[in-house]
Design a binder for this molecule. Sequence first.
Ligand code: C2O
Ligand code: CU
Length: 546
Amino acid sequence: ARIRHYKWEVKYEYKSPDCYKKLVLTINGKSPGPTILAQEGDTVIVEVTNKLLLENLAIHWHGIRQIGTPWNDGTEGVTQCPVVPGDTFKYEFKVDRAGTYLYHAHYGMQRESGLYGSIRVSVPDNFTEPFAYDYDRSIILSDWYHKSTYEQATGLSSIPFVWVGEPQSLLIQGKGKFNCSSASLTADTCNTSNPECSPYAIIVIPGKTYRLRVASLTALSALSFQIEGHNMTVVEADGHYVEPFVVKNLFIYSGETYSVLIKADQDPSRNYWMTTNVVSRPPNTTQGLGFLNYYPNHPRRSPPTAPPTGPFWNDTAPRLAQSLAIKAHHDFIVTPPTTSDRAIVFLNTQNRINGYVHWSVNNVSFTLSHTPYLIALKKKLHHVFSQTPPPEGYDFVNYDIYNVSKNPNATTSNAIYRLGFNTTVDIILQNANTMTVSNSETHPWHLHGHDFWVLGYGEGKFDKKKDPKNYNLVNPIMKNTVPLHPYGWTALRFKADNPGAWLFHCHIESHFYLGMGVVFEEGIDKVGKLPSSIMGCGETKGFGKP
Ligand code: C2O
Ligand code: CU
């Protein structure tokens, strides 16, 4: 195994990813940042210097379980104090499983300003994957706002509430195209012929097969991704091999990664569109465009056809069907335990608390403790967060998930769920109506520090007696991010076998910011000595930096 050493500087720089000039968070001058390339078993070291003038920083390694290094998960407020301007923080962790992963900022809503990138972990030398391809490529799909993160966050925590709204653009590998003439902007602010915003092109050689690692790090949007004239065979999801299936469009939610195989077997005399479309919300953003560039055509040559449009935004059925189609590859099934020790139901609601808009789980909107949980737990600083355990469910009999509920008892809390070490835990995510009549959103939930088995999805209210009988215990896929569909439920199972404190949250930036998350603790007594580099804030000042 090797050591992969990176040195990063994080800054704000003026860039025009969608032709509109604004401050973008860059790593060594780039957004998306450099791709981390490693092999299974390698150790990755990233020394990050915060060169921001006014903002703290933390970087999360999304999908990496951090076994034995829970303090390097990069989750501000949970596993570490923020890295303050001028400081350098050293992340060091093992990439113990091949697959497609991500990294991104995990301080406030900073991720959406462009601080993210791909992690590609290749298989060990003597290992044969269950599919073949000639070339390997990675792209990150995202959405893009013109207002600063700071302005958005301020609006979300104000009365009256100022919603972030729909994104201005959709980006493919950091490139999009805003319609500059739609607003009265000067050519200096918005210029569609700026080379910085020329569409991203994947160059393909006719006849070859490509493994395309597609990831989504949208702030808000659920996406449909399509490549004109090319089917995609889904072969990997969140680092696990999938029983292959073919799609024309791939639904992908923030925090998910997929590998798809595409064969460059179409008319080689032209290029083809790659497109992304918003689904699950009334789209108010033009589609994202990129090119599949057949060599040797010019990479900027537009395809002669109109770009493929996505599916209907409000048609939930094909999205649910695609979620259900994702099963573990038959040669790589990890069988889940047949029963669980504890089942927790998480009702997802939107509500008002003291006039402020929040997202809540079982009527509790999560706020981070000022002292990171990992340190507070390990050092037994029990006074820094509420010791009243958060609820395990909701009023199943009386709660109407199809109607607006005022949820008058909703509260905020910084309490966490404490799990028995090595126990098997089931989580049932239950969706409901928002504060808007006849509206339920899609929430991509992401678990830090673990992969979980996806046992099932369903429509309506989860029935504790009936629905578990239909769980897939034969070949469930393991993932770290999973969608909760409108008015539906999603059931997960995981082993609480990774000592530490781990965030589980909706991957939509503004939803987590408004409280849509929980923290799990397990095996805190088995966590090794915490490095002093993670301390310095809240009640950890005493143990702080040298
Ligand atoms: Cu990719 Cu806590 O997130
Ligand atoms: Cu959400």
